[in-house]
Ligand binder design. Structure first.
Ligand SMILES: [Ca+2]
Ligand SMILES: [Ca+2]
Ligand SMILES: [Ca+2]
Ligand SMILES: [Ca+2]
Length: 194
């Protein structure tokens, strides 16, 4: 029985589409750590330093957007319901007027609590949400944060929007189709007997 369940899950993963979150249907206001957008139940959002997530239409965002408040070492932690293979997001509040030093955006991919990928790009430091950053690999959690070029903490509020990610495609185990065919056959047999 367990084998059949694995096969069905794998087939589902094989046909997975990209999830897209723009927060436009989530309303405005503070949200608790573990927040789930109405756009996708496959990811939850948390602040890694305190609990200061807030949705609003920010000048530094794109319509309704998610901010990780506090001029503190906060990061946005995204925890996924299953492994993901890629993610991209747009970011704003890259505010050179506040930091006085060039800002870098980071994505840190984790699997089982261990870092498996780290990417960064130089922000254009204009405060406006007009750049995106992407990461690819195999992750069950991903962090987004602003930092100095060497990754050291900057104390800057992150604003993110237009998050896109793909669930990892799990390879079909041998005999998966045969197992499904058998299940289907059993169902048909039961129906005939009634
Ligand atoms: Ca938005
Ligand atoms: Ca915080
Ligand atoms: Ca921060
Ligand atoms: Ca910018």
């Amino acid at each position: 029985m367990k084998k059949s369940v694995v096969a069905v899950l794998s087939l589902t993963a094989g046909f997975a589409n990209a999830d897209f979150i723009d927060f436009e249907n989530d309303g405005a206001g503070t949200v608790a750590n573990g927040f789930v957008s109405s756009d996708s139940t496959n990811v939850s959002f948390s602040d890694t330093f305190g609990a200061d997530l807030a949705l609003a239409t920010y000048l530094e965002g794109d319509g309704n957007s998610l901010a990780v408040f506090g001029d503190d070492p906060s990061r946005l932690l995204m925890t996924f319901s299953d492994n993901v293979s890629s993610l991209s997001l747009e970011f704003g509040n890259d505010d050179f007027g506040f930091t006085g030093v060039p800002i870098f955006a980071f994505l840190r991919g984790l699997l089982g609590g261990v870092e498996t990928a780290l990417v960064s790009i130089a922000a254009n430091n204009d405060d406006v949400m007009n750049q995106s950053i992407a990461i690819a690999g195999n992750f069950d959690q991903i962090e987004f944060y602003y930092a100095l070029s060497d990754g050291s903490e900057l104390g800057l509020i992150e604003v993110v929007d237009n998050i896109s990610f793909e669930m990892a495609v799990v390879p079909l185990p041998p005999g998966a189709f045969a197992g499904l065919a058998l299940l289907g056959g059993m169902g048909a047999y039961r129906r005939i007997r009634r």
